[in-house]
Every structure is written in structure tokens, then in C-alpha cells.
Design a protein around this ligand. Structure first.
Ligand code: ADP
Length: 396
């Protein structure tokens, strides 16, 4: 039966993939091609608990997808079950408010949105074109990180700058992590009946991190902006700050505006403050052995996350649920507690013991009995969402 979907997340130097079967419930094989564009690149396959690696001689995206095709030819049952390909696309601008079947117009639309995602969107187009070339019979679907936030009202998505920048250049808040937020909203509706008619806050905390308010199933505000730099402090991104700092940094270091921006994107956040690492787990270990810089970085991360949760909550009538997701949200009991400590004025409280003992990878309600808001840990699953969108679009 043709019911498997190849999910591709094609970046400029890496390509992640997975083949999901059984309405997305089962991952048959997954892997990643790393260091693309260099002569050290390779692709790994994780299949039935075993890992294998193939080096990619020319380091090209095409070779990476070709290796998936070669792997499939030696696993004919999976090859025959493939029904379509779903691609993660970072920026859909105002053109795409939902997932779409890919044709030449869609490829042109994704290229047009490249101005705001100059590293990501061209890589996605490359992945799509290579997949069409190597899997010519399979329909392909694009799933956009920005699409879920196209429901924001103008007073939320516009920047208070002269309006002609929006009219002529489409400078506005777009928001990201939309596929994760859509998944969380749907998953929550399953476990907390009626939540799709309520107010939900979500903190997607990974290396990239953002918050989202979901009102009756629709995104009403989110912390990331025209690019993922706005909002929370992240692994290496500063998040929101006074834009004048850009000019101060470029003057202080005698560097261009672009280089100063690069510092805010790649050398700031947890890494910049701790001067140790961008990785939360590494910082928690350092903090536990007494490192004050690691503790400061984590505490700043918590304070700023709480601030952006409260900020997006202004678009909700009530805060009925708060969900933690992403690598940090799902695994760091320290940060969940520290974030909720800042939200006491909103009557959000968690049960410390339940929080501390949360089993890895499971959905769990961690609210304290006196909390006005249900607080959850829900593991996100963007691949599943992409597979489900692909199945639904290719069936029509
Ligand atoms: P990405 O944005 O790259 O998808 P992830 O959602 O995978 O990121 O999250 C990566 C982050 O999750 C890293 O900072 C990592 O340290 C953190 N993380 C993963 N597991 C744990 C853990 N057990 N405790 C604390 N942090 C963790």
C-alpha cells in the first residue's frame, strides 16, 4: 500500500530526512546529510536501530538525495510504499498561508520569499528541484514555518515604522515554528478536550526559540518577527533588544552593519552571555558544578522567555493552557521551573516534584493544584505534521 511519505528538511549545509508510514505514526528510516558543500560530507541512515554512513563524494544536495534513492532501491518494500514527498520550507511570506502541492508557480513563490530567508529558501528550492529530478513520479508538498501565523491581526504583525515599508517591501512580522505550534495545538485538542476553543500559550524552546499565543486554534501572536532574530534569547541569537545597539556594536568594533548583525545572530544568546556554550545541557552541567556565568545565561533565558509569554498572552481572553516543547522545553526541568517562577502574577504555577520527575519524551500535565492555567510538556513532532499535510494534499 502506498502510504509512506519522505519528509525532507533541506538546509544550506545539511539535509535531514525521514520516511514516515502508517499515517505518519511510524518512522521507517531517518537520517541526515551533513557538511554539504564540503568534501567531508556524508549521509547517515538510521534503520531498525542500526546506523550506517555513506560519504558524499561531491558534497552536493543532489548526491544526498540520490543516496536516499539508492538506499530505497535496496529496500524495495519501502520504495514501493512511497506516496509523496513533504518539504519543510522556512519562509512562505504572505504568499502561503497553508501547505500546498508544489508546481512551478509554488517554486517561483518560494524563490520570491528568499529575501527574508536568504540562507534557507534557496536551499529548500534546491532540495525540491533535486527531488523532482530523482523522484519524477512522486507528488511533492511544501509546508511553511510561517503559514500558521498568517492569522495574526494587522495590529500584531505590523511594525510601527513608516507604512510604505510594508506596502512596498512587505516588512512585517511573519513568525516561525508554525508547524510545531500547529502540531501542539492539534495534540492538545486531543488530550484536553475543548482546548481548541480556549486560549493557549506555547513556548517552543530549542536552539531556536519562540513563543506563540493560540486563540481558538489560531495563532494570535508570536515572538519571532520578519526573521527568527526577534523575541526570546536563544542558543546564539540575542532576541529582541534596542536596535540602536547594532550601530553601537558596529562602531565599537569598526565592523559593517552586516557583521554586527551576524554577532546578534551567531555569537549572542546563551553562548554570548555564558562564554561557554549555546547548548542548554552543557550549561546546566556547568551551573551544577558552580559556574556562575552558566547560571546567569540560563536565568536570563528564563526571564526573557517569561516576558515573551506574557507579551503574546495579551492577545488571549484567558490563559487556559501553557505548553512547553522543543529540546529545552521538553527536557529542562530547571528552565521550566525558572520560567514559571516569573509567571506567578498570571497565576501560573507548576508542581515542582512532577516537573522534576517528568519522564523524557512523554506528554505530561505539570500544573500545581492551585494553578489557573494547565501547564503541559508536549513533545513536538514537525515531521508528522509535514507527513500528514502531504498525505492530505496528495489525496485530493
Ligand atoms: P533545534 O532548534 O536545533 O531543533 P532542539 O529542539 O533539538 O533544537 O533543542 C536543542 C536544545 O535542547 C539544546 O540547547 C539542548 O541542550 C537542549 N536539550 C536537549 N536535551 C536536554 C536535556 N536533557 N536537558 C537540558 N537541555 C536539553
Amino acid at each position: 500500500m502506498k502510504d509512506s511519505i519522505l519528509v525532507i528538511n533541506c538546509g544550506s549545509s545539511s539535509l535531514k530526512f525521514a520516511i514516515l508510514a502508517n499515517a505518519g505514526q511510524e518512522t521507517l528510516v531517518e537520517g541526515i546529510a551533513d557538511r554539504l558543500g564540503t568534501d567531508e560530507s556524508s549521509i547517515t541512515f538510521k534503520f531498525k536501530g542500526q546506523k550506517s554512513e555513506v560519504s558524499l563524494e561531491d558534497g552536493s544536495h543532489k548526491n544526498a538525495v540520490n543516496q536516499i534513492k539508492i538506499w530505497l532501491s535496496s529496500h524495495p518494500i519501502i520504495e514501493r510504499s512511497l506516496a509523496g514527498i513533504g518539504h519543510r520550507v522556512v519562509h512562505g511570506g504572505e504568499t502561503f498561508s497553508k501547505s500546498v502541492l508544489i508546481d512551478q508557480d509554488v517554486i517561483a513563490g518560494i524563490k520570491q520569499c528568499s529575501q527574508f530567508a536568504p540562507l534557507h529558501n534557496p536551499a529548500h528550492v534546491k532540495g525540491i528541484e533535486v527531488a523532482f529530478e530523482l523522484f519524477p513520479g512522486l507528488p511533492q508538498v511544501a509546508v511553511f514555518d510561517t503559514a500558521f501565523h498568517q492569522t495574526l491581526a494587522p495590529e500584531q504583525y505590523l511594525y510601527p515604522i513608516p507604512m510604505h515599508f510594508y506596502r512596498e517591501h512587505h516588512f512585517r512580522k511573519y513568525g516561525f515554528h508554525g508547524t510545531s505550534y500547529r502540531y501542539i495545538s492539534q495534540r492538545l485538542a486531543h488530550i484536553a478536550k475543548g482546548s481548541d476553543q480556549q486560549g493557549v500559550l506555547v513556548a517552543h524552546l530549542g536552539n531556536g526559540a519562540s513563543t506563540c499565543a493560540i486563540n481558538q486554534g489560531k495563532s494570535s501572536d508570536t515572538s519571532m518577527g520578519i526573521t527568527p532574530l526577534e523575541g526570546l534569547m536563544m542558543g546564539t541569537r540575542s532576541g529582541s533588544l534596542d536596535p540602536s545597539l547594532l550601530s553601537f556594536i558596529s562602531q565599537a568594533e569598526n565592523i559593517s552593519f552586516e557583521s554586527a548583525l551576524d554577532i546578534l545572530n551567531k555569537q549572542s544568546g546563551l553562548l554570548g552571555v555564558s562564554e561557554i556554550s549555546n547548548d542548554c545541557r552543557t550549561l546546566e552541567e556547568a551551573m551544577e558544578s558552580g559556574d556562575q556565568r552558566a547560571k546567569l545565561a540560563l536565568d536570563m533565558f528564563a526571564a526573557r522567555t517569561a516576558k515573551h509569554l506574557a507579551s503574546v498572552a495579551t492577545t488571549l481572553i484567558s490563559i487556559d493552557h501553557l505548553v512547553f516543547t522543543g529540546g529545552i522545553g521538553e527536557n529542562s526541568s530547571y528552565l521550566r521551573q525558572a520560567i514559571c517562577n516569573h509567571l506567578k502574577a498570571l497565576n501560573i504555577r507548576i508542581d515542582s516534584e512532577v516537573n522534576d520527575n517528568a519522564p523524557r519524551g512523554e506528554t505530561l500535565n505539570i500544573s500545581a493544584k492551585d494553578s489557573h492555567t494547565n501547564v503541559w510538556i508536549i513533545p513536538t513532532n514537525e515531521e508528522l505534521m509535514i507527513a500528514l499535510d502531504t498525505i492530505s494534499l496528495i489525496q485530493h
